[in-house]
Design a protein around this ligand. Structure first.
Ligand code: NAD
Length: 433
């Protein structure tokens, strides 16, 4: 797919990259950003395409395409996941790396944005094929990643195991141990205690800060959570522990509704039952005093004060946004609200806390893992959680204050704050690097 230049601005035929560029240009124009800075930040600093030959189980060799993109290292090493997906492209990684630049900047952490991936069907690979693929990919991107230049992490269809394969390969190549070269490692192997709950903890913090600002008592608040995976389940649990009533949760098996309150701890037991056989699912949870609603999307439309969409992108759109009853929508998933959906929510006077502010607990938690690895010293889980909550609350309040002051949406305010931090440092450092 080719790039085009329209009115001096970069346009891509790739949906993810083009959306990222349009959002960037919209905010950049509103803040009257210098055209030179706009041009610099329209492109990644570096993109490396690699081939990844893998000897398959039947002995034949298959070559996969791999990518690593560093959009910006203005604030520090680039940071972002590595995904295994059948349709990932280099242009996708460019767009996603740009979003990571804004997320890290807004998160108040010393990172730029990166992203990478291998174009493959991970579900069709055996463990040994996946291991060979991860190790070869690691070796091929080794010259550009590292604790002070680019720190990858898990993303779609990758996790602690893939990170360990990549790290182990590069450690053997360079002949010394390098735990801070990537994050998302297993807790027992240089990972961080607290990471599992980090994204949910960040979302719950945004919810509680918003309640504080609006003078709302958490114990009187009704909450609905769409998606009961890593993000949604801990968001629901932590808000319940803060006194709120969780009225609906959902996953691919359906929506479970109880206006008097869902037993969230019990729902965790359902996830863990037979998890190996049937995946971590809520099926059967209606037996716990809930009504099972017809559709997985019904969680979006129940009567509640706060809605946390924590499942997939695009669920609040031009067809569904007018059915949302919650006054406050806090985005846990990436891009759960389409631009058309957001206009409807805004017109109805609802407040949307944007994804790259609300779900930044994950990347902030990765920063904490990196910091511990550099120190060679593990923090307690309590330390980790305290620092996470304090940083998330600070970021939330900064975006809120700007939005109120300038009378713009929280998404626009978040973009402006994020772009300003990066562009100020690019201007300070100068063009020549
Ligand atoms: P996950 O796979 O653990 O959970 C996803 C959940 O959503 C599952 O319960 C699944 O059954 C459910 N689901 C899928 N489609 C649904 C639908 N249409 N309606 C209702 N439920 C549905 O994933 P996760 O790690 O919790 O991530 C959720 C979202 O948050 C993704 O968009 C992800 O990119 C984003 N995110 C995750 C993190 C993180 O740290 N895990 C950080 C930032 C953003």
């Amino acid at each position: 797919m080719a790039d085009r230049i329209v009115d001096g601005r970069r346009r891509s035929d790739n949906l993810i990259l083009d959306t990222a560029l349009r959002d960037f240009y919209g905010a950049a124009d509103e803040m009257h950003l210098d055209e030179g800075l706009i041009s610099i930040l329209s492109y990644p600093e570096r993109r490396v395409d690699v081939s990844v030959p893998v000897e398959m189980e039947d002995g034949h060799v298959k070559v996969f395409k791999g990518y690593r993109v560093q959009h910006s290292t203005a604030l520090g090493p680039s940071k972002g996941g590595i995904r295994y997906s059948a349709d990932v492209t280099g242009a996708d990684c460019e767009g996603l790396a740009m979003l990571m630049t804004w997320k890290c900047s807004l998160g108040g952490i010393p990172y730029g944005g990166g992203k990478g991936g291998i174009c493959c069907d991970p579900t069709a690979l055996t463990m040994r094929e996946k291991e060979r693929m991860s190790r070869t990919f690691g070796a091929r991107i080794a010259p550009i990643i590292g604790r002070w230049n680019d720190v990858p992490a898990p993303d779609m269809y990758t996790g602690g195991q893939e990170m360990v394969w990549i790290m182990d390969t590069i450690c053997k190549m360079v002949g010394h141990f390098e735990p801070a070269m990537l994050t998302g490692k297993p807790v027992d192997y240089w990972g961080a205690k607290g990471r599992t709950e980090a994204t949910g903890r960040g979302l719950a913090t945004c919810g509680l800060e918003l309640m504080k600002l609006k003078g709302l008592d958490p114990s009187k608040m009704k909450i609905a959570v769409q998606g009961f995976g890593n993000v949604g389940s801990y968001t629901a649990l932590l808000l319940k522990q803060a006194g709120a009533t969780i009225v609906a949760i959902s996953d691919t098996t359906g929506t479970y509704y109880n206006p008097n309150g869902i037993n969230v701890e019990k729902a965790f037991e359902y996830l863990d039952r037979d998890a190996k056989k049937r995946g971590r699912k809520l099926s059967g949870f209606e037996k716990e005093g809930c009504e099972k609603l017809d559709s997985v999307n019904d969680a979006l439309f129940v009567d509640c004060d706060f809605l946390f969409p924590c499942a997939v992108q695009g669920v609040i759109n031009e067809n569904s946004a007018n059915k949302v009853k919650a006054k406050y929508v806090i985005e846990g998933a990436n891009s759960p609200t389409t631009p058309e959906g957001e206009i409807i929510l805004n017109d109805a006077g609802k407040i949307v806390v944007p994804d790259f502010l609300a779900n930044a607990g994950g990347v902030i938690g990765s920063y904490f893992e990196w910091a511990q690895n550099l120190q060679g010293f593990s923090w307690t889980e309590e330390d980790y959680n305290k620092r996470l909550v304090s940083l998330m609350a600070e970021n939330f309040n900064k975006v809120w204050a700007y939005a109120m002051d300038k009378k713009v949406t929280m998404r626009r305010s978040a973009y402006i704050a994020a772009i300003k931090r990066v562009s100020d440092i690019v201007a300070l450092r100068g063009v020549y690097l």
